[in-house]
Every structure is written in structure tokens, then in C-alpha cells.
Design a protein. Sequence first.
Length: 621
Amino acid sequence: MITASKGIDWIVGKLKNDQSPDGSWNYPFETGISTDAYMIILLRTLELHDEELIQGLAERLLSRQEKNGAWKIFYDEGEGNLTATIEAYYALLYSGYYQKNDRRLRAAKIFILANGGLEEASMYTKVMLAITGQYNWPKFSPMPVEIILLPLSFPVNFYSFSVFGRANLTPIMILADKKFTLTTAKSPNLSELQIDRNTPDPWIRTSEMRSLFSFLEDGVKNLLGLPGDLHRLAIERAKKYMLDRIETDGTFYSYYSCTFLMIFALLSLGYKKTDPIIINAVNGIKSMKCEIKGLPHMQYTTANVWNTSLIGYALQGAGIVPEDPMIVRANQYLLERQHHKFGDWVIHNPNSLPGGWGFSHVNHILPDVDDTTASLRSISRIASTHLNTWDRGINWIFSMQNDDGGWAAFEKNVNSKIVEFLPVEKGKYMLLDPTCADLTGRTLEFFGNFTNLSRNHEDVKKAVKWLIKNQEKNGSWYGRWGICYLYGTWAAITGLLSVGVPAAEPAVVKAVNWLKSTQNDDGGWGESCHSDNQETYVPLRASTLTHTAWALDALIAATDQPTKEIDRGISYLLASLEKEDWTIDYPKGQGMAGAFYIHYHSYRYVFPLIALTHYQKKFGY
């Protein structure tokens, strides 16, 4: 078996070879097949004939189809995912290169009908289907556009939602209000996929949702002004919200989904298909195309800043000096991407100046806490020559601490429980940005290891209290942005220990015991994407490099001597560094439970490198 040193050298060599000329690492941000399907549908609906791209995306869709005709969003999902299968089926038909009598499409149709048809698709997919003439808009909009006019003092208002929620809901509210539909001569007919066309209103299903809809309507009625004037004002404000947040590459917040929706929302407001804003938006999402296994994939966004900050930190931890050209280029890339503009975060945090970092390559107004601490880790060794950059970043992180003591991703105190009950599918994930263990733990780890703050600091003390209070009964923590309990537990343990919480603290002991209990027979760890949807730990029944690295890093931090669990985990990691199987492609990140999962291509290198480096430094192997 190779040694830890040789494993570290192998990863460092791989990362050095993969760095881009601009200093970043542009490993793919892979999110299944939805964006590929939507790109075909978008290009066909706008009658933009990029046949090479359409054919390539269609080929990728077919390459991911299961033998039973369905598509999955993760390996152990079961028979398949209805929403993904509908999207792929529709896109393949609309591409024009496949017909309904194709055996692969016939198999997909059988799966769709057997699992409820279009009526059981996700809300977002129904919006796309309604836009393109395949599904009826609801008679009454689940979210009246006038909500954008409600004052901040109203229990539910536009800024009660997370920035991700606002970005997607804004164009949806316009489209639903206009009942906008755009078809072409090549539009397929999916009517045979509807099982019950007499459902009164399949968009809003429960009495609780209807009562909350009435609650919002009451708030809107209390606005001062004539209904017609208020409605026009709301539409204009919604349009302005989108246009003001278009990035330099033409995308809306650099996200695929809200850019896709914005294009159609602007068309519904009278913009022409040839308008420069529409063309730039299409080109912006095209520019996020990457290649995976020889086929094109439309990334939901790019992950250059996230990849580069994590890799820059990991490489320096492994002994690569800040003066190394690889690190110089990486840190210069990060320094150029610190934010100087105010974003929506200022609504709930009005007393701070900009200073954070965003996630994607083109990102000037959407910073997040995790990318900010990650970027600061990477530039920490040159902080003395960039004190203004360093101080602005630190101050912004402190200013983003929630009132409950922890940290969320994008905004401060956006966690209204009322919002959870709004008539938006998976609203808890789409509309809220709550304090979470992964963000809070990683922020504590940054403060403890890079600013020497201890648990005696008032802000640190509040965060430690939040983590301990929100530990699961079995000793784990739920990780909001990763899969899932292994991710959250790793972040919490390393965060607590870094600020001086002793390893003998009951919460840490309990967490360590939980990690040991979840180790697989082969020495590794693996967790299923089912964990987040079921809100309990679900083992993957196989080990992955990334999960193993997270668990190992936490155990290494919590002990003074290598344990048998650590030794077995290191053996698994070193023996598996170069393996290529489904566990490498298995998602390790999440955006929305049960719907949106992320395969970070950088993680197989980053986290094993961090774990092996910490193992070597602490135990001398």
C-alpha cells in the first residue's frame, strides 16, 4: 500500500496539472440532467438552432437513462425519478432527433404513466411545462406578484424569502400572472402523459396552503392604492429586481434556473427573442457549459471560486509554499474576486460593508459565508500584505452571524417558520436560509485556526451553544449543503475543537462515537442522498473517498493517537485514490432535498488531501 506521503504527492501532482491558466480550478459542478434537458427545450422554444449542442446534450441524456426507461438523480434512488424522466423525455422529443416510437422513449413513457404522470411532477417542472404549452397554468397564482410590494414589517414579505427563493420566484410570479405560454411548430404534444385532466387545481393541494394563500391576499389588499396601479407597480418592480441583478455574463445571479425563467418572464413582458438582454442571457448560460466524459453538460452554475479556495488552502496545508507559482496564481484569482458591491444581504444586515466572496466564476453581488471563509483560508498566509482584503472579509463574516448564534449561507435571519407553509413545493429548502451546522462549524474552524479566537469570545460562545443545542440525539449533526450527516458532523467537530472545546466534551465524544459506529467493513464511510429527504442518517452501503475523508478528518482532530478506526480509514483512502466507479460520481452536495444534488468533481482530491495532511502532521506518518 502507498504511504500517506505518496498519496499526498499524487493528489498534489493531479491538482497542479488541472489548474486553469487564470489560476482557478474549473472542475465541473455537475447536477444531473435537468439543466441539459432545459437547454434543449430553451433553444428549441427560442428557435435557436445550435444543432451541435442540442445533439450533444441529447446524447448525454440517453447515456444516463436506466434500463427500465427512467432517469435517476442519484445511484440508489430506486426505480427512477419521475420529474427527471419527464424532463428528459420532453427534451429528447423536442430535440427532433427522437420520436415517440423510439424504444427508449416508449420505456420512459411507461415509467412516467406508472408513476402518476405530469400531475406528479415537481412544481418547477410544471412551471416549465406551462411556459412551453404542455400544462395549464393555475387559475389563481399561488404567489400574487403584489407580494413584492409588501413592507418588511409584514409577517411574510419578499425579503422573508432566501435570495435563491426570490431569484426563482420573481420570474415565476410574472409568468403565472401573465399565464404566459410560448410554443413553436416543433413543440411536442405531451397530453398523453396527463392522467387526470379534470383535477381542479393540481398546483395547490391542501387546505393549509389555500389558507396561507388567502393570508397573502389579505396582506396585498391592505396595500394603499388602486388595485390596477398596484398590480402594474408590482410587475415593474419584479422586472427591475431581475434586471438589476444580471451579472456581467448576462445571467441572472449566475444561476441556470432563474436565468431560464427570467428569459421567459421578459418575453411575457413584451421583450423580443432578439433583444440583447435575452441573447446575452442565453449566451451566459451557454458559457457555463462543461464537458464530462466527452459529452456536454450545462452546469447550474460554475464553482471556480469554491474549488480554488478549497484547493489553495489544501495545497498550502500540504506544504506548497505561498510563493509557489501555482498558489500565487490561485490566490491572485481569489483576491480579484472579493466583492465590492452591496447585494441583497444588506437588507437584513445594513451595518456592514461588502467583503465576501461568491461561489461562481462570474459573481459580483451574491457572496456567501462558506466561500468567504474558504477564500480567507487560502489567502491567510499572505494576509499581512493584503490587510484591507483580510479585514473586510473578517468583518463581513462577523456581521452575518444570525441572532441564534450560528451562520447561514447567503443572508442573515432569513428563517421565518411561516414561510415553510407557503404554497411552494420544498419551500423549506427553496425559501429559507437557516442557520446550519455545516456553515456554523466551518466558520468556527476558520476563526479558531486562522484568527486564534477561542470559545471565550462572545460571538464564538453563541455559535458553540447553537451547535451543542442542535446536535441530533445520536450524536450527529445535519449538514444543509452536503450529504449530509457525515458532512455536518465533520464540520461541527472540527469547528468546536478549533475554538478550544475539549475532545472530552460530551457533545464531541458522542459525535466521535457516532462516526465510529457508521464506519463500513472496508474501512471507509458512505452516506446516501436519502438522508436529507428522510431527515435521518441513511447509509450508502458503499464507501466514498469524500465521505471517508470527512469522517477521518473529524476523528483525527478529536484524538491524540491514531485509533483502529483511523488506521482502517487511511488504508481505505490510500488504496482508493485512483479508483473510478459510481461512488466517485455519487453526489456529495445538495441544494434541495430529494430534488437537487451536486457532484463536485474537485472533492475527490480536496478532502482526501486535507485528511491525509492532517494525519501526517499530527501523527508523523
